[in-house]
Design a protein around this ligand. Structure first.
Ligand code: FAD
Length: 381
């Protein structure tokens, strides 16, 4: 197994690292404090061709693969968690189209997402159906020329800014998982109601809202894949998108480690720097070990998707990467706050923001309890 990034990947990582440090880092605290969607950073990502890194060139992407996307995510999340959500969400909303979209849907919806014409969204969660997707109530009823959607989705990232939203609903509830279908709903569709923004613990610059559908008509051409294929497409989507959350978590952890190392070298107590105390050195060593282990798992997941996209172990490997990297992000950011002491608890330094941003990576795209279920199912099969 080759652990070395190729020249293109190294160049891409160096480019996004520079963009992130120079253009995202200075704004990260302000984006968090103001809870604004960072349109300026969306445009920077778009103008640098970074919103469709893993999408084929013929559909407006860079065709650089999953590992390349993970590198972009890691470097972005390292300085600004909220901005990295733009990338995870563009990936999540593009994936069903990449997996099951028709040529026409790829040339239209996927192209528009990959080129950054608009942010995307993916609507799955409902008030009474989170981990248990099958508990959802939203329906799509067949009518002449299309379907009529009714129901409501909650916690939908970018719901207020997305021009293209993939929505999963029941086309035939009696068939259970085999009665679910995914539809593209475009901004401005009649009957699509966008709720108020949620005020969150972390990733506060990301836009999170309820989406309701009241007799919302979508044309036949917006059904992604055959009727009844929605659950299968969704599970495959998560297999490929979970490494993105893992890379986001990895970046947040690396950012907190960077900050803790710098602070420990400068802060003086008892006439010495913090970094001269073995207790702090060992904390930093443990943080570095966890970050490096997470990186190995995240890159492996990306490389596996690039080289063996149909490998039967992909669900397990991707769930493990997401679970481990997100737990690492939570632990490392918490330890970073500890190393900063009281200053770490204030907004004067970035580590409290990183700690708040880390938490969501243990929750969305399947909680870490759900990852355990997936892994157990795979090892016991
Ligand atoms: C900021 C944010 C952004 C989000 N973005 C999106 C989005 O863009 N699109 C979207 O569709 N959703 C989105 N979500 C929703 C997110 O994916 C769900 O919150 C998540 O899947 C968990 O569902 P839930 O909140 O209903 O928790 P529940 O499913 O009610 O779970 C509550 C707790 O019980 C545990 N649990 C549940 N079932 C089991 C079990 N069988 N065994 C053991 N433990 C279990 C869970 O792990 C969790 O700890 C977002 C959420 C947030 C907070």
């Amino acid at each position: 197994m080759d652990f070395k990034l190729n020249d293109d990947q190294t160049m891409l990582r160096d480019t996004i690292r520079r963009i992130a440090q120079e253009q995202f880092a200075p704004k990260a605290a302000e984006i968090d404090a103001s809870e604004r969607f960072p349109w300026d950073n969306f445009e920077i990502l778009r103008d640098n061709g970074l919103l469709g890194v893993n999408v084929a060139e013929e559909y407006g992407g860079a065709g650089a693969g999953q590992l390349a996307l993970l590198l972009v995510l890691e470097e972005t999340a390292r300085v600004c968690g909220s901005t990295s959500v733009i990338l995870t969400n563009q990936g999540l909303s593009s994936e069903p189209l990449m997996i099951a979209g028709s040529e026409e849907q790829k040339s239209n919806f996927l192209y528009r997402l990959a080129t950054g014409e608009t942010p995307g969204a993916m609507a799955i969660t409902e008030p009474n159906a989170g981990s248990d997707v099958a508990g959802m109530k939203t329906t799509a009823t067949k009518v002449k020329g299309g379907y009529v959607l009714n129901g409501s989705k909650i916690f939908i990232t970018q719901a207020g800014v997305a021009g293209i939203t993939c929505v999963i609903c029941y086309t035939d509830k009696t068939k259970g998982n085999k009665g679910m279908s995914i539809f593209v709903v475009e901004k401005g569709a009649k009957g699509l109601i966008v709720g108020k923004p949620e005020h969150k613990l972390g990733i506060r610059g990301s836009d999170t809202r309820e989406l309701s559908f009241e007799d919302c008509f979508v044309p036949d051409g917006n059904l992604v894949g055959p009727e009844g294929s929605g659950f299968k497409t969704l599970m495959n989507t998560f297999n490929y998108s979970r490494p993105n959350i893992a890379a986001q978590a990895l970046g947040i952890a690396q950012g907190a480690l960077d900050a803790a190392i710098n602070y420990a070298k400068e802060r003086m107590q008892f006439g010495k720097t913090l970094s001269s105390f073995q207790g702090i050195q060992w904390m930093l060593a443990e943080m570095a070990l966890a970050v490096e282990t997470a990186r190995t798992m995240v890159y492996r997941a990306g490389a596996m998707i690039d080289t063996e996209p149909n490998h039967p172990d992909i669900p397990r490997i991707c769930s493990m990467a997401k679970w481990y990297a997100s737990d690492t992000a939570m632990k490392v950011t918490t330890d970073a706050v500890q190393i900063f002491g009281g200053y770490g608890y204030t907004r004067e330094y970035p580590v409290e923001r990183m700690m708040r941003d880390a938490k969501i990576t243990q929750i969305y795209e399947g909680t870490n309890q759900v990852q355990r279920i997936i892994i157990a199912n795979q090892v016991l099969r």
